[in-house]
Design a protein around this ligand. Structure first.
Ligand code: MG
Length: 157
């Protein structure tokens, strides 16, 4: 078995919807970045690559490459996951936390979990998505940023 950790954060700017966990969440702000800035999928991508010792998302998809501009992060996670499964690994479980003052993630967590299961070819019961606010404190609390962390466990096929 192998364990991997992922973390990411992106700046919030005006104009929704919010792309998070591979779905569009209605919101008046969006995450800004070179790709679609989906912090959760970026954290998951780093975690699965890390667990398989295959580097990181920045190596696979450099932000200096114009083809990655505005890119769907689900495509990037799919490509990373293909490398991980080709190396002989499958998903044991994935646990994620999103740090966001708003919007409330609760109403969307099942849709996000289902989308993650779809991308990873896993069963939703092996995937968990949690959310925390920052109680108004710091860059998350001031709604300047949204961050995500996750831990993944892989097992040999
Ligand atoms: Mg990122």
């Amino acid at each position: 078995m192998r364990i991997g950790i992922g973390h990411d954060s992106h700046r919030l700017g005006p104009g929704g919807p919010l792309r998070l966990g591979g779905i569009d969440v209605p919101h008046e702000k969006a995450l800004l970045g070179h790709s679609d800035a989906d912090v959760l999928l970026h954290a998951v991508t780093d975690a699965v690559l890390g667990a398989a010792a295959l580097g990181d998302i920045g190596q696979m998809f450099p932000d200096t490459d114009p083809t990655n501009q505005g890119r769907d992060s689900a495509e990037m996670l799919t490509a990373a996951w293909q490398r991980v499964t080709a190396a002989g690994w499958r998903l044991a479980n994935l646990d994620c936390t999103v740090f966001a003052e708003s919007p409330k993630i609760g109403p969307y967590r099942e849709a996000i979990r289902d989308r993650l299961a779809e991308i990873l070819g896993g069963i939703p019961g092996r995937i968990n998505v949690k959310a925390k606010t920052a109680e108004g404190v710091g860059p998350v609390g001031r709604e300047e940023t949204i961050a995500a962390e996750c831990v993944v466990l892989l097992e040999k096929t």
